[in-house]
Design a protein around this ligand. Structure first.
Ligand SMILES: Cc1cc2nc3c(=O)[nH]c(=O)nc-3n(C[C@H](O)[C@H](O)[C@H](O)COP(=O)(O)O)c2cc1C
Length: 309
């Protein structure tokens, strides 16, 4: 059924045919899901796995553990570096753009210099990127990642370093703390949008071995268990900034996506749900369209931030 509601949204200059995006690291780089549905004609955008200027090995295994209503991961931003990423996925991602699906490339780094280097390489080698997402929130790496986004000043420094290097839209992937204050600092430093939240640091202990269930003592928790926390943070951030937000955290149904939109998200990313139900995105989209129709609006944008206190 074709929706009678306009579903198109604008995520800080990234014009999406509908609000659905994928959360970095949970969707490969799109091609891995082609056996389940046509990615390019379904999604509004995909966000690729975080990539740095040079390859990173990531953390030791085990890197994933299942928890009730959640998983925890300590992948540690394993990636092949920008050159190999473009070589492997450039043609596929160009094809997604041609089908009307926006492509957001995620930038990772251990230091300001590394963020700059990765941005410069993407800028030169990735004409298919509709925009960039700067990851300052990975909880699973020793240097960089969440440490780069821990305070408003540190977050703004990364954003300012990247801002001068590209004219394409730049959104920033935020950690699950102080989202109003850090969001304001990122907006002032030139961010076109914000995406939140990254995983929430947690611990899971195997009581027989007395060791962590992943190779590191702590890891990032994601999935349905974090959804209500993510909705609260999107709402808090939406009240603090005027740039658009992409809501992320435990979205596995149209109702979950609708909550994000009501809380103030312009776009919504599906993450962990892709891992246990790889066909979930088309279902979530049709449930979201049906909800928008039932709300009696002609444009999904009328529902952004329409939560009533
Ligand atoms: C296996 C795995 C890998 C991830 N890799 C990244 C990554 O490379 N960059 C990033 O910003 N977030 C990464 N994340 C976090 C997700 O993008 C998302 O913010 C988080 O999982 C919360 O959403 P969810 O509950 O829908 O999964 C990863 C999450 C998982 C489960």
């Amino acid at each position: 059924m074709v929706s009678t509601v306009n579903m198109a949204v604008d995520l800080g200059g990234i014009k999406m045919r509908n609000p659905l995006n994928t959360a970095s690291g949970t969707f490969g780089n799109g091609i891995q899901f082609e056996g389940f549905y046509d990615v390019g004609t379904t999604l509004g955008a995909i966000t690729c796995k975080g990539v740095a200027a040079e390859p990173w090995d990531g953390n030791s295994a085990p890197r994933l553990a299942e928890l009730p209503s959640a998983i925890m991961n300590s992948v540690g931003l394993q990636n092949p570096g920008v050159h190999a990423f473009v070589e492997r996925y450039g043609a596929y991602l160009t094809g997604l753009r041609e089908k009307g699906c926006q492509v957001i490339c995620q930038i990772a780094g251990h230091s300001l210099d590394e963020y700059r280097q990765a941005t410069e390489l993407f800028e030169e080698l990735a004409p298919f990127a509709s925009g960039f997402e700067v990851n300052i929130s990975c909880p699973n790496i020793v240097a960089g990642g969440a440490a780069m986004g821990a305070t408003p000043a540190a977050a703004a420094e990364v954003m300012s370093a990247v801002r001068g290097l590209t004219e394409r839209p730049v959104i920033v992937k935020m950690a699950p703390h102080d989202v109003a204050e850090i969001g304001r600092a990122l907006e002032a430093a030139g961010a076109d949008g914000l995406s939140l939240i990254n995983t929430i640091p947690g611990m899971s202990i195997d009581i027989k071995t007395r060791k962590s269930r992943v190779a590191r003592p702590t890891a990032g928790v994601s999935g349905p268990a974090i959804h209500a926390i993510a909705v609260r943070m999107v709402w808090e951030c939406a009240q603090a900034v005027s740039i658009p937000l992409c809501g992320i955290g435990g979205v596995s149904s149209g109702a979950d996506a609708a909550e994000m939109i009501l809380a103030g998200a312009t776009a919504v990313s599906v993450g962990t749900a892709n891992l246990y139900d790889p066909t979930c995105v088309p279902r979530i989209l049709s449930e979201l369209e049906q909800w928008a129709e039932e709300q009696g609006v002609s444009d999904i944008n009328e529902l952004i931030g329409a939560f009533e206190c």
